[in-house]
Write a protein that binds this ligand. Structure first.
Ligand code: GAP
Length: 579
């Protein structure tokens, strides 16, 4: 663990941001509690996400169940393909993620994209050993391990279910109804903030790899032939990109270019992805991610999820490691097609033509009094096969006879009994299957990044101070209210002011214990952006001191204006310098 991450975890535990769950029973790896500060910070972060990716984009938010029946994951491909590589130590029995062993033990990057047999060879060739007990791992099999948590729905085991490994499936499965709410019009976006569950082989780095975590996901359903993103809104945003070819080139590295350049030069293949990378960059800046420790990295071909046609990750650096905080994937029509195949429901939208068109449609109307005696029980299948053939190859009906495949047999049918005809029909539109653009944010990893990037140290009044430079909209507490001393009516006035601020909807900490400097430090350490001090001048002119966290600058504000001033400061409509 690096110094930065160790210090962060210590601060998080001491000040109530996050800590390992179930510690009374020794703790279980991969489960975390957000404490009083962390839960509020996380809720504020989710609200900032909702503001940017739901409300401002005009999308809709839903909440779907965490547990879904097995058939959903048969269809989505998670049952067959949502695996990580596992390797067990022959000595101590500890399970390890084989690709992580390779990355940590050899410096090879993105070992996830290497096939299991090759990973097994690398483990042997490099003489890798068990991180838990030091035993050699050479010759141990590398196997696939499915990450989903299984359960039973209701008593007994007849109805297996799974805790969803991504919130996305709830939005895909409900597409037939969700499209109705969008009045059947593409493009439209559906978002969800909720829990996802993965039985990670080796959870690690506190919030970074856990078994239960929150995702904020957006599924943007678009017409692949007609819909274009409003790229001009973000065209000039500069993107720090690490494309796949740069990762594979010997002297490759990060490149910076605008959204417009990335699209025009084909560095980002799909304009929709470029659009969301531009939007998201502004949002990461807003929530305090350090842009010198941030990049967008394209997935290598072997690294992509089973559903993704292309994917870029937003990555942040913490403690010397790059962390994937968000995936921006092109899922094309994969999920809607799979759910249509498995459920038999319609996962398309109707796209009207500008003008109705007349088309020739080949049809058949087989004479069953001939097919019945001739083909017996297979007559119905022969009729279906004739119908399919008429649609796909009408020319086959030009001769005296036509041959169809039914029930594994080749059957010859006289054309005159097929009732083959070509009709003219008017069509008003067609059914199209939308493509899906999916920005998928890991909320816990973003909380972790924001805390790490906000951690600062400086010297105030000759003493070292640690503080969290959190953006005011994220800070768990907006304002600390302190009486200079709890006497001469100062304590009472401070309590009144704190109550007024709470009534105005602000998050307030009231603290009257210890020296005023100590009280400031306590708030600085949890990132409270403003502190209000009630002193003897307050009793004379009803003004208070407002102190800003990062600069420690102080200004006097009339108590009557305080709530409105602090609300404007929190919303970013006002800066302390403006006061
Ligand atoms: N629906 C797409 C999807 O789930 P993903 O890349 O597997 O894509 C999206 O996950 C995000 O969820 C990741 O970028 C990451 O931030 C977060 N995430 C994934 N696995 C996680 C884990 N075990 N612990 C914490 N966060 C995780």
């Amino acid at each position: 663990m690096s110094d930065e991450t160790a210090a962060l975890d210590e601060l998080a535990r001491r000040r109530g941001f996050y800590f390992q769950a179930n510690s009374a029973y020794g703790g279980v790896a991969g489960f975390y509690v957000y404490g009083p500060q962390g839960a509020t910070l996380k809720a504020n972060l989710e609200e900032a996400w909702r503001d940017r990716f739901v409300r401002r984009e005009g999308h809709q938010e839903i909440e779907s169940p965490d547990i879904m029946p097995e058939v959903v994951f048969e269809a989505s491909g998670h049952l067959a393909g949502f695996d990580d590589m596992i390797l067990e130590c022959p000595e101590c029995g500890a399970s390890h993620r084989a690709d992580h062993l390779v990355e940590d033990g050899t410096g090879i990057e993105e070992a996830e994209s290497i096939p299991p047999e090759e990973v097994q060879e690398i483990v042997a060739d490099r003489g890798l050993t068990c991180p838990s007990c030091g035993a050699p791992l050479s010759g141990q099999p590398v196997e696939e391990f499915n990450l989903m948590f299984g359960t039973n729905i209701g008593p007994g085991s007849s109805s297996p279910g799974y805790l969803r490994p991504e919130t996305a499936q709830g939005m895909f499965v409900e597409f037939p109804r969700l499209k109705e709410y969008a009045r059947g019009q593409l493009p439209f976006g559906v978002a969800q903030i909720g829990k996802a569950y993965r039985n990670e082989i080796s959870p690690r780095r506190s919030l970074v790899r856990v078994r239960e975590f929150t995702q904020a996901e957006l599924e943007h359903f678009v017409d692949p032939e007609r819909d274009e993103p409003p790229i001009e809104r973000v065209a000039d945003v500069e993107l720090p990109l690490y494309p796949a070819d740069e990762q594979q080139a010997e002297d490759g590295g990060q490149v910076t270019m605008t959204v417009r350049e990335a699209v025009d030069r084909g560095v980002i293949g799909l304009p929709w992805i470029a659009y969301y990378l531009g939007v998201a960059k502004g949002w990461y800046e807003r929530i305090g991610v350090d842009m010198d420790r941030f990049r967008y990295r394209q997935h290598l071909a072997g690294e992509r999820a089973h559903y993704a046609a292309d994917c870029w990750d937003a990555e942040t650096e913490v403690g010397g490691n790059w962390i994937e905080v968000t995936g921006f994937a092109t899922r094309a029509d994969y999920d809607l097609r799979k759910h249509a195949e498995h459920s038999g429901e319609e996962f398309t939208v109707f796209r009207p033509y500008d003008e109705p068109i007349t088309v020739e449609r080949p049809t058949v109307d087989p004479d069953m009094s001939y097919l019945g005696p001739e083909f017996g029980g297979a007559a119905g299948d022969v009729a279906d096969a004739l119908e399919r053939l008429a649609e796909t190859d009408p020319d086959a009906f030009e001769g005296e006879t036509v041959t169809v495949e039914a029930d594994g047999e080749s059957d010859v049918v006289p054309v005159e009994v097929t009732g083959f005809a070509v009709e003219e029909v008017t069509e008003n539109g067609e059914h199209v299957r939308p493509h899906v653009i999916e920005p998928s944010f890991g909320v816990g990893r973003i909380v972790y990044t924001v805390l790490a990037h906000a951690c600062r140290e400086d010297t105030v009044d000759g003493e070292t101070r640690t503080y969290l430079a959190l953006p005011p909209e994220l800070a768990p507490t907006t304002v600390g209210v302190f009486p200079l001393m709890d006497k001469d009516g100062l304590g009472e006035r401070a309590r009144e002011i704190a109550a007024d601020l709470r009534r105005a909807g602000l998050s307030v900490a009231h603290d009257e214990s210890g020296a005023i400097g100590r009280r400031y430090r306590r708030q600085d350490e949890i990132g409270t952006p403003f502190c209000v001090t009630v002193d003897y001048d307050t009793l004379d002119d009803d003004t208070v001191t407002v102190r800003e966290r990062d600069t420690t600058a102080q200004v006097r504000v009339a108590a009557d204006d305080l709530a409105a001033t602090l609300a404007s400061l929190r919303a970013g409509d006002l800066a302390v310098d403006d006061l």
